[in-house]
Write a protein that binds this ligand. Sequence first.
Ligand code: DGY
Length: 322
Amino acid sequence: MKKKVLVTEPIPQKVIDYLESEVELERWDKSEKMPRELLLQKIPSFHGLITSKDKIDQEFLQTAKNIEGVSNISVGYDNLDIEALKASKVIATHTPYVLDETVADLIFGLILATARRIPELQQYVREGNWNRSVDQSLFGYNVHHKKLGIIGMGRIGEKVARRAKLGFEMEVSYYNRSRKEDVEKELDVKYEEMNSLLQTSDFILLMTPLTKQTHHMINAEAFKMMKPTCFFINAARGAVVDEEAMINALENKEILGAGLDVFEQEPVAKDNPLLEMDNVVTLPHVGSATAETREEMKLFAAKNMLQLLKGEKPDALIKELQ
Ligand code: DGY
């Protein structure tokens, strides 16, 4: 008898065919999240879940009587309670590597859009305001030859550093829990203590995963250390930043602007003050969202699922569960 897998995200036909060759599949094809109650109602009969947003906690694991593994379609896995997974001996996987370049591209888009005010100036042109020569009220700031400070030097951070060094001749520093001397040598980037990086960077990129330890790591004190000409970019997870502190820092001109792909609450609340600020570029968490990369991620997640159901070690087992 085939094992049963529930997929709570739309997946392309290619991935459906691949999975159906080995398992019995049930799919939730809507872009809205599957309601929690429905997930809990269905899950007891399934051996595997492929998801990207569902909260995998004690309640889920106690209900999912037959579950062998959860395959997350994302590199970040803050929706998974790792301790609860360990305790219930359920395997979980994610999708690193395949999205690194795509997310790095988007980050550079955010850096440029923020410093050169691209969305704001597009609005200016569209609204028919371009009836005189460009004066300093429309000027932005240079990106090239500035200093980029990366907090959290993982694979994506490295891809961004490469773009910054080779494409924009920027000075790049990073802060990470552990030093990466090979990366320092290869890319000519410098390790710097967090406070010094905060105080001296023109662009600060946050790439730290969200964990209990990193929750609100960038707080009011951190924003106060930044230069008043600094642009803050977050493409990691919203809750690594104390969003209220960031709003205050922007309102009080402690920093010059922000480029945000992620928020503490997603989808972002319509009355979030960040949406009203001209110096803030906001995106709907699209770091990896290209047709090619999302397909690759879904295929990777499917492969991880089939491996784990066969009792093989999946290609991308989450490191805390190894
Ligand atoms: C991830 O995979 O964690 C990214 O945030 C998705 O864009």
